[in-house]
Design a protein around this ligand. Structure first.
Ligand code: GRF
Length: 217
């Protein structure tokens, strides 16, 4: 029997992308993957509930800034994540920048979802950055993680219009809807072996499906 594709999701908060991923997996029988664990750096992350109610293992690895360095925290985080033998680590609203050491322990196996059309508006408050720049369009990106923040090879993007009356909240909500479509789709393609990273290149298998462009319809 083929081995189940194992996913570990890292979160810090609400976890709506995690929920979208879990629902997408549940829709298909037999499932194309399994969320083996959800790991949070925040004890009270609301998203942990999405895992608990499905009996998916959850784990909190707090930073405890006063007691240890970021390196030490991330070493423990990597050890804990490794225990679940992930084929893929998904950063879904995980609010910490992974160290180069962490990233190098899971080569080509970490992806992140970011609420802008990268390479535009990297870092925090990407939606507000888009508003401040007067962008006519924004969206979301799923990319492989490299040590430099929001800079890794892009796998897929979906775009939305920025409207004149938009606030950070309204634009964020519009983008979030697209995130919930994009993230599960990308994870599924990776799980099926249709997308992988080779060096710094995203390689896509030609399945006859339109995999090279993942844009909003
Ligand atoms: C999303 O906007 C994601 O792009 C960003 O953080 C937010 C997480 O939302 N990295 P949620 O926790 O998945 O609801």
């Amino acid at each position: 029997m083929e081995k189940t594709f194992r996913i570990v999701v890292l979160i810090s908060g609400r976890g709506s992308n995690l929920e979208a991923l879990l629902q997408a997996i549940e829709q298909v029988s037999p499932p194309w993957g399994q969320v083996a664990a959800v790991v949070s750096d925040k004890r009270h992350a609301l998203g942990l509930e999405h895992a608990r109610k499905r009996d998916i293992e959850t784990l909190v690895v707090p930073r405890r800034a006063k007691e240890r360095s970021n390196q030490e925290f991330q070493r423990q985080l990597a050890q804990e994540v490794e225990r679940f033998q992930p084929d893929l680590i998904v950063l879904a609203g995980f609010m910490r920048i992974l160290t180069a050491e962490f990233v190098s322990r899971f080569p080509g196996r970490i992806i992140n979802i970011h609420p802008s059309l990268l390479p535009n508006f990297r870092g925090l408050h990407a939606q507000q950055q888009a508003l401040d720049a007067g962008a006519a369009e924004s969206g979301c990106t799923v990319h492989y993680v490299v040590p430099e923040v929001d800079a890794g090879p892009i796998i897929g993007q979906r775009s939305v219009p920025v409207l004149p009356e938009d606030t950070e909240d309204t634009l964020s909500a519009r983008i979030l809807k697209e995130e919930h479509q994009l993230l599960p789709r990308v994870v599924k393609e990776i799980a099926l072996g249709n997308i992988r990273l080779e060096g710094s290149q995203v390689v896509r298998r030609n399945t006859g499906e339109e995999l090279s462009v993942v844009t909003a319809t």
